[in-house]
Design a protein around this ligand. Structure first.
Ligand SMILES: [Zn+2]
Length: 155
């Protein structure tokens, strides 16, 4: 599959996001590159600035931390015991903003896939499912489809 952004554009994109790439984002980026899937990182031209926009597929990817983005049912989506009201409001605010972003993107014709950090910790080898979903062979709005509930037995 051909790259849809030229070298200069890509270099500009990359320089504009310097320092923003977290380890989970690098994980996703490496896998997209390996499969030659063209992407724009931190696509500011789209609602909610998705972490990765895949224009050829009209797919937007968000790479979300389970705690901050409230991965439902996930072991890592805890609520701190102290200052409970503060945290609850802050975290629920994050989740509300996420829903709004996704709704806006879908209204603009994009499919949204949320990639949770716990999946990268617990089942990185299953990331192929995300590729299948991007390519339309699998219907998936978030990955992993079910959150793992236990800590990994080995680091
Ligand atoms: Zn999770």
């Amino acid at each position: 599959m051909a790259d849809i952004v030229d070298r200069a554009t890509r270099s500009r994109m990359m320089s504009s996001i310097k320092g923003k790439n977290t380890a989970p984002e690098r994980f996703v980026q490496e896998r997209l590159e390996k499969r030659h899937i063209a992407f724009e990182a931190h696509a500011k031209n789209l609602p909610g600035t998705p972490d990765f926009a895949l224009p050829l597929y009209q797919v937007a990817l968000f790479v979300n931390g389970c705690f901050w983005h409230r991965h439902q049912g996930c072991y890592y989506a805890t609520t701190p015991a102290s200052q409970k009201a503060f945290w609850q409001e802050k975290l629920e605010g994050n989740a509300r903003r996420d829903v709004k972003k996704q709704t806006e993107l879908e209204a603009a014709g994009w499919r949204v896939i949320v990639i949770w950090e716990c999946g990268m910790k617990h089942c990185p080898e299953a990331f192929e499912e995300v590729i299948d979903a991007i390519e339309g062979e699998l219907s998936l709005s978030q990955w992993p489809a079910e959150p793992p509930r236990q800590r990994p037995t080995k680091a």
